[in-house]
Design a protein around this ligand. Structure first.
Ligand code: AOF
Ligand code: ZN
Length: 371
């Protein structure tokens, strides 16, 4: 039987967790409600890594009233001393009688130990309430904890005839202002943005989140930093004055041969963290690059790249979502394709499932999942 109170209060905790969408990385987004019956005594969400977890904020709002109350948490309370002490211990010390959890924490430092601590202290524990909705808060954190790689979203902006630029490379702007603001939000929920040196040379993008273009973020916590910018650049051809290098926090993947050359060393001297990875005939070894980004704590990776790199992600099925912004324009048959995919036979076609479809200004936004 579904307990409507549990569902309602967990839905509230999930809503609170979303407030941390731009600011918790590399930590997960977590929300917590402390309630007695239907009465909410305290609420909280995790705002920033290194700061208090959701439970601690909610407990401090509830104060002594937490004794005998129920805590609703979107993620299993932690059991470890990380940058902060264990939340399971704080819930026990506050005298909470019951804890309702949506999902387990896949972090190997926790994974079940949080609930075990609570049960050992005599607290009643219920698990799995709105589990799927809570998992959607943190696809990146979940995936990184399970397989060491970030959740990958590839963004494309295209015309009705599937072109992302004119043959000359001219590409500004295909989609309208509303779609570009939506992309700012997509960047802001991402821990890192990956592009290729071709795009750096052709467009000189900055790939930053610009607070003024992000618009009104409602009750969300302010973004706490720029996403890491990542460039796939085998021969370290990125110019030292490229806009993407402004403001720092840039990683460049080149070949191990290029690593020891003057251009790579010049980029290092500028503060770019240059790393060697394997390259294959068709470009960067994406598996190795994704492993490296996972090790850096990247949960959500956004790919904003040209047809070569985007094509590799699609061809090797290494993306989790394709975000396609489609503008109601034709760019003509000499324009550039969204992805280089030389397919020959109908049997080779690459199919997608539509997860979400909506209008953003004059453009259409599709979120697609590889089949
Ligand atoms: C919770 N509540 O609100 C969050 C949790 O280094 P720390 O101390 O910030 O710990 C980070 C880890 O704690 C993170 O990897 C995840 O396992 C858990 N996050 N746990 O009980 C929270 N954000
Ligand atoms: Zn915690």
């Amino acid at each position: 039987m579904t307990d409507t109170r549990q569902v309602r209060l967990m839905a509230r905790a999930i809503q609170l967790a979303w407030r941390g969408r731009y600011s918790t990385h590399p930590n997960p987004r977590v929300g917590c409600v402390i309630a007695r019956g239907d009465d909410i005594l305290g609420e909280g969400w995790h705002e920033r890594a290194g700061e208090a977890h959701a439970e601690i904020h909610a407990l401090s709002k509830a104060g002594p009233a937490a004794r005998g109350a129920t805590a609703y948490v979107t993620l299993e309370p932690c059991s470890h001393f990380g940058r902060t002490p264990p939340c399971a211990r704080a819930l026990i010390d506050a005298g909470v009688a019951k804890v309702v959890v949506a999902t387990m924490d896949p972090n190997p430092a926790v994974s079940g130990r949080g609930l075990a601590m609570l049960r050992d202290a005599g607290i009643r524990v219920t698990e799995g309430v709105l589990a799927e909705q809570a998992r959607q808060l943190n696809p990146g954190f979940m995936k990184r904890m399970h397989c060491g790689r970030p959740y990958v979203r590839v963004k494309m902006a295209a015309s009705l005839d599937g072109r992302t630029a004119m043959a000359s490379g001219e590409s500004q702007w295909i989609t309208g202002a509303a779609a570009r603001q939506d992309v700012q939000r997509l960047r802001a929920i991402s821990d890192a943005i990956l592009t290729g040196v071709g795009t750096v040379l052709a467009d000189d993008p900055s790939l930053t989140v610009r607070r003024s273009e992000l618009g009104d973020i409602g009750d969300a916590t302010e973004p706490s930093r720029q996403p890491l910018r990542v460039i796939a650049d085998r021969d370290a051809r990125t110019p030292c004055d490229a806009k993407i290098l402004h403001g720092g926090n840039v990683r460049l993947f080149c070949s191990s041969e290029a690593l020891v050359t003057a251009p790579a060393q010049d980029l290092s001297a500028l503060g770019v963290s240059v790393a060697g990875v394997r390259w294959k005939d068709n470009g960067i070894d994406l598996g190795e690059a994704l492993d490296a980004l996972g090790e850096l704590g990247i949960n959500d990776l956004l790919v904003e790249a040209g047809p070569t790199l985007a094509g590799t992600f699609v061809h090797e099925r290494l993306l989790d979502e394709l975000w396609l912004y489609q503008a109601p324009v034709f760019l003509g048959s000499t324009g550039r394709p969204t992805a280089n995919l030389p397919l020959e036979r109908m049997a080779d076609k690459i199919q997608w499932t539509v997860k979400d479809q909506r209008q953003v200004g004059d453009d259409q936004r599709l979120i697609l999942i590889p089949r």
